[in-house]
Design a protein around this ligand. Structure first.
Ligand SMILES: [Zn+2]
Length: 78
């Protein structure tokens, strides 16, 4: 049974739930059925660009910080 991430369109609450075929999950916070379904893994293609950009920004910041800390330079950037 697949585990899905959902984000509630009504209140923005994000949660994971197991879903059976034919069942409709509801938001545990507000009981709304207006949910965006997001497969936990792998990352959805449409979102990967944003995530890659965010990771690059994070890596750039890490690289910048590593200029100040020699031990940090030996750690791989993630
Ligand atoms: Zn909700």
């Amino acid at each position: 049974m697949p585990l899905y991430d959902y984000q509630c369109q009504a209140c923005g609450h994000r949660f994971e739930t197991l879903t059976r075929a034919g069942s409709t999950p509801v938001c545990p916070r507000c009981n709304s059925m207006a949910l965006d379904k997001q497969i936990s893994a792998p990352v959805a293609p449409g979102k990967s660009k944003a995530i890659i950009a965010a990771n690059r920004a994070k890596a750039a910041r890490g690289g910048h910080l590593s200029n100040y800390s020699k031990p940090e330079q030996k750690k791989p950037l993630r």
